[in-house]
Write a protein of this length. Structure first.
Length: 167
């Protein structure tokens, strides 16, 4: 006994011409595609999607954060959990410029948390070219950004921030 194949709902055709014909025959599908195309063009024209309201920065210093994660005798699993508590949070700190370099389509600014302008502690990722080239080695900058991730160092770690604003 042969079974008939089941029909799929939605766009059922496999060829582009058939899918285009089916989409044109349905006003809701066509309206959805037009809205998607307009949204994509808008996003590209404004250099990204409109940003959502940002949360307030948490009140913790870089040193306090490193003490809580790396220097408080936690196990590796506990360190990972504590890092996860900070990821996604916004911070407002200051630091000294160690370097700024092109990375992909944007720039990464390396900062030292203390006055040791040779040791990198913080990475500001996704900085625009105008801001990156205006910075010089040793400049003190105030910035705000969202903690994206941590990378481990010898004694403590490095903090990588995105959605950065440099003041």
């Amino acid at each position: 006994m042969r079974r008939r194949p089941r029909r799929r709902k939605g766009i059922r055709n496999d060829s582009f011409a058939d899918m285009w014909a089916e989409m044109k025959s349905s006003k809701p599908k066509m309206a959805f595609m037009v809205l998607m195309a307009v949204g994509i063009v808008f996003a590209l024209a404004t250099d990204g999607l409109p940003s959502l309201p940002t949360s307030k920065p948490i009140s913790i210093t870089y040193d306090e954060m490193m003490d809580e994660i790396y220097l408080s005798g936690l196990t590796t699993a506990q360190e990972d959990a504590r890092k996860g508590d900070f990821v996604g949070k916004r911070v407002a700190w200051s630091g000294y410029v160690v370097d700024a370099k092109k990375q992909g389509w944007s720039y990464t600014v390396q900062l030292s948390e203390g006055d040791h302008a040779a040791m990198t502690d913080i990475f500001l990722e996704g900085v625009d070219k105008a801001q990156a080239v205006s910075l010089s080695h040793g400049d003190q900058v105030r910035f705000e950004g969202k903690i994206d991730r941590f990378t481990d160092g010898i004694l403590t770690g490095y903090v990588h921030l995105t959605s950065v604003t440099i003041q």
